[in-house]
Design a protein around this ligand. Structure first.
Ligand code: BG6
Length: 459
């Protein structure tokens, strides 16, 4: 899809000198521009506190970001020169000037007054920016005005409600785009297609056929330089409440009545609300110790920069969930995420019941396993269906082999999640964004665990 001329606009990025903007947002904007998916007059207005920066010096930064992401140097420079601008906003008094700059750029570039305000900021700063935007009336515009908020959306139910109330003071829910970048991943979106564009899976997707569902988001990286944030968050807040819960909801939800934001979000929320309250005996917390990843020594969590020597922050969580509805009653959903695990792997595995009678067992069959459907979200995106087949020979030896589908083989490289999400924001499509009710429902699921002092298992 390509953003139409009538939706051409200006994207105003707060926190434009930060890692997320450099690593994801600016490269995505370059790529969308280069592929012609955004109108050529789209403007990128970077906003920061740094008074020493200006259009020229920020363009170097934007050019580097695009170049690192694969743009040839000349193309990256051309994009930065023709689309990227910088405005210092160091205090509330600077918001009026920001408004004037936006209007001036719109006039110069023939833009109809469509504005995306992108908050790529630490959680403590975002509310102040929203207040300041509202105070000068930037929540309204001659075209449309949209607000993009990055996670974390609060750190518990009360703070999520507080944040939503603040956003709603100035922006309607239809203007708010809460990003969970997992929803922008092709393979995550494919979950919906896989389930609802194929008639053969739906009859299998229930308690009669499924023994258990495992959702695993394993990372091999450690906390890196993000301890300042991570020490306060931990794996439950950082990964489970958002990304893993989204995967869970998409796997468990009923078919939506339509393929639009309202219908899909409503079904996800229903699935989350049917989840049985989690009790501590269904949860395991862990913290990584020093070890080796791919032959390289890596430090333990407590030895990472800026981590307290006696830190109680969990870097791994495993949870057993059950859903009290007709489809899933009695089927365990096992959700696991952790840093510094042996390899990076995000996968949803659906294990089906074994056949009721092990006919071939009498013949001394080895390695007879249940059917397993593995939806691999990253890396090696694709899926595999494990089935039992007869090993050639005289006897009835059953062995397990997999039917494979590889995304890359079929379609080549997949787009980055941020490209999809930014394009959707300009198009006004909220399907892949998180609704206020969804984030509050997800927090309420994990609320009982947030206050407990967990036993941490070293790994
Ligand atoms: C982020 C978390 O939201 O997602 C990080 O804050 C995590 O801790 C990252 O590493 C994982 O994203 P991806 O796309 O690499 O799986």
């Amino acid at each position: 899809m390509t953003v139409s001329e009538k939706d051409a606009g200006i994207i105003i990025i707060f926190g434009a000198t930060g890692d997320l903007a450099h690593g994801k947002i600016l490269p995505a904007l370059w790529k969308l521009w280069a592929d012609g998916d955004l109108p050529a007059n789209t403007a990128v207005l970077a906003v920061g506190r740094d008074t020493a920066l200006n259009d020229d010096s920020f363009r170097k930064h934007a050019r580097d970001a695009a170049h690192k992401a694969g743009a040839p140097a000349g193309v990256a420079s051309h994009w930065a020169k023709s689309c990227v601008f910088y405005q210092t906003v160091a205090s509330d008094a600077d918001y009026a000037a920001l408004g004037e700059r936006i209007v001036a750029l719109e006039r110069e570039r023939g833009l109809p007054g469509n504005r995306v305000f992108y908050l790529s900021l630490p959680p403590a700063v975002s509310p102040k920016v929203v207040d300041a935007l509202g105070a000068v009336g930037l929540n309204k515009s001659p075209g449309w005005a949209r607000l993009v908020v990055e996670k974390p959306f609060g750190r518990d139910l009360a703070s999520a409600r507080e944040l939503n109330a603040l956003l709603h003071r100035y922006f309607g829910e239809e203007q708010i785009y809460r990003i969970d970048h997992y929803l922008g991943k092709e393979t995550v979106q494919n979950l919906l297609v896989f389930r609802f564009a194929n008639s053969i899976f739906e009859p299998l997707w229930n308690r009669q056929q499924v023994e258990c569902v495992k959702i695993m988001v394993a990372e091999d990286i450690g906390v890196g330089s993000r301890a300042g944030y991570y020490e306060q968050a931990g794996a439950l807040r950082d990964m489970i409440q958002n990304h893993v819960t989204q995967l869970f909801a998409l796997t468990a939800m009923e078919a939506p009545v339509d393929f639009d934001a309202a219908a899909i979000r409503a079904e996800k929320i229903k699935a989350l609300k049917s989840t049985r309250p989690i009790t501590p005996d269904n949860v395991v917390f862990g913290q990584y110790e020093a070890g080796e990843i791919q032959g390289e020594p890596v430090p333990g969590y407590r030895d990472e920069p800026d981590v307290a020597k006696d830190s109680r922050t969990e870097t791994l969580v495993a949870i057993r969930l059950e859903i009290d509805n007709w489809r899933w009653q009695g089927v365990p959903f096992l959700l696991t995420t952790g840093k510094r695990l042996a390899e990076r792997q995000t996968e949803i595995a659906i294990r089906f019941h074994k056949p009721p009678i092990a006919l071939f067992a009498k013949l001394g069959t080895q390695g007879f396993e249940a059917n397993l459907l593995r939806l691999r979200l990253q890396p090696n995106e694709g899926f595999a269906l494990q089935i039992g087949v007869k090993a050639p020979g005289d006897d009835f030896a059953v062995v397990t082999r997999a039917l494979h589908f590889e995304y890359e083989e079929a379609f080549g490289a997949l787009p980055e999640a941020y490209e999809t999400l930014i394009e959707n924001i300009f198009e006004g499509d909220q399907t892949l964004f998180v609704h206020a009710d969804e984030t509050e429902t997800a927090w309420s699921m994990y609320e009982p665990l947030l206050k407990a002092a967990p036993t941490l298992h070293p790994y």
